[in-house]
Design a binder for this molecule. Sequence first.
Ligand SMILES: NC(=O)c1ccc[n+]([C@@H]2O[C@H](COP(=O)([O-])OP(=O)(O)OC[C@H]3O[C@@H](n4cnc5c(N)ncnc54)[C@H](O)[C@@H]3O)[C@@H](O)[C@H]2O)c1
Length: 247
Amino acid sequence: MFKGKVAFVTGGSSGIGFGICQMFLKNHARVVLCGSTQEHADAAVAKLLEENPSYELTAMGFDVRDYAAMQAAVNRAVEIYGRIDIMVSNAGISGMGKFYDYTPEYFERVIGVNLFGCFNAAHTVAPVMKAQGGGVIIMTASNTGDYGTFSGCAYPVSKAGVIGLIRNLGRELAKDNIRVVGVGPSLVESRMTAGLTPEVKAMVAANNPQGRFVTPEEVAGIYGFLASDAAYRINAVMVPASGGGLD
Ligand SMILES: NC(=O)c1ccc[n+]([C@@H]2O[C@H](COP(=O)([O-])OP(=O)(O)OC[C@H]3O[C@@H](n4cnc5c(N)ncnc54)[C@H](O)[C@@H]3O)[C@@H](O)[C@H]2O)c1
């Protein structure tokens, strides 16, 4: 399905991002798997190569808040593979904590990773996509960006910003044949949700219409569809992947 295409995935070393890399590789894309450190990215790549030694992929480790590091990674990906067809800006952290316990530094950190990470990814890859005739940028957002949540305020604020970027850049970059779309997953088994106690997990699952957590593989296909030509008319929107839940 993605033969000849190159996908660049931030937050690819674990959870949803790892599942996305696996899905693209299974569908014959070449992949740049990015993690917050080179060690994390290398370990994830080793795991995927163990699964299938013929996968074509490269590990890169950097902080998505660092614009120069993102630029360098995008440049290197173009040096290696000649193009970037799909950018998945997926790296993120949760902003857990009660409002009264929040500090400005923590608020800034969550916004930095989740929102500036998406700006940096889009801003560095868009000229590459424009020059090659087009591409697709997919950002991992969240329904919480639309509805908020009961604590951890920086998280929904950051995701509301990501939804704003998707809506704006989808319209602004369409003339360059670049689509910008989002996915709003929820209740996905990952490092981010592993910290929840079994009681909280059970409560959250019971409040979801589908009643359970899902695996990264169960949402990765949505990214594949959105990255494909079949989704050409889908632009400037976030597609919820929450089983009907608002979280
Ligand atoms: N798990 C869920 O239910 C859920 C729900 C809604 C949205 N999301 C979003 O999905 C995305 C992936 O999260 P996940 O659930 O797979 O969790 P995860 O913790 O397994 O993955 C997060 C990834 O982001 C990377 N990352 C974190 N900080 C970084 C930084 N400063 N620089 C570079 N990379 C960094 C990590 O290395 C990791 O690869 C996030 O954007 C998250 O907000 C997850």
